[in-house]
Design a protein around this ligand. Structure first.
Ligand SMILES: CC(C)(COP(=O)(O)OP(=O)(O)OC[C@H]1O[C@@H](n2cnc3c(N)ncnc32)[C@H](O)[C@@H]1OP(=O)(O)O)[C@@H](O)C(=O)NCCC(=O)NCCS
Length: 200
């Protein structure tokens, strides 16, 4: 499995917004929300994961899915498609996972872990000492992933998810600015199946 993680670009948004209802059965984000997140600039880091026979031109040149198709092949002549995406906010020494999702057919192959590792490394580069997130209380797959990355429960927010009204656990990992945490990320990544690279 060949994966490329590239910085999310505006031309990915239409495809990602089309995928959202299948990735998030409840409370999917709108295209406008992704637009607004990307507009935040340096305080945000969003990544798109492509899978397949790729004709990547350094990542940033890649314009897969600009017509709203979940399959980018129409735009590349190849067969690369968006299989996941995630985003991080960083302010001062704290980072926050805004969203992370993998298309259902590609789950359980380490894509979620690769996204989280890339986002956490970025948070470290920006000087973050901790990283937080919210997760649905019944989201066992996500909670397993976050626990492996060192996140622990620090609270609960009732009715956090809207419009569904679902409850969330607040999870946090710290410190992430240590050699030990960098090693943990490296070790988890090394054990993942397939190959992946981060394009600039
Ligand atoms: C959460 C999500 C991003 C994980 O993506 P993924 O590519 O499947 O992640 P990985 O393959 O790296 O593995 C995730 C972990 O979930 C575990 N897992 C998978 N399905 C599971 C299930 N039904 N119950 C419990 N754990 C499960 C895996 O075993 C793995 O844990 P492990 O490494 O300790 O074995 C993906 O399930 C998803 O997109 N879910 C819907 C969107 C969502 O809920 N996002 C998180 C919002 S907070």
């Amino acid at each position: 499995m060949d994966l490329v993680l590239v910085p999310m670009r505006w031309w990915h948004i239409e495809t990602i917004a089309a995928l959202e209802p299948t990735v998030f059965a409840t409370d999917p984000w709108s295209a406008e929300l992704f637009w607004s997140e990307l507009a935040q600039g340096a305080g945000r880091r969003y990544l798109t994961v492509f899978h397949g026979e790729s004709k990547f031109c350094g990542g940033s040149e890649f314009r897969g899915g600009s017509e709203g198709s979940a399959d980018a092949s129409a735009h590349t002549g190849g067969a690369a498609s968006i299989v996941g995406y995630g985003g991080l906010a960083v302010a001062d020494d704290g980072a926050y996972i805004q969203t992370v999702g993998v298309v259902p057919a590609m789950r359980g192959q380490g894509i979620g872990a690769r996204l989280m590792i890339a986002l956490l490394r970025h948070a470290r580069q920006l000087g973050a000492r901790s990283c937080g997130l919210e997760v649905r209380t019944d989201n066992h797959a996500a909670r397993a992933l976050y626990a492996r990355l060192g996140f622990v429960d620090i609270g609960m927010r009732r009715g956090y998810y809207q419009p569904s009204g679902g409850d969330a656990y607040v999870m946090r990992v710290r410190p992430i600015d240590t050699v030990g945490y960098a090693t943990l990320l490296d070790d988890i990544e090394r054990a993942l199946p397939g190959r992946a690279r981060l394009a600039s």
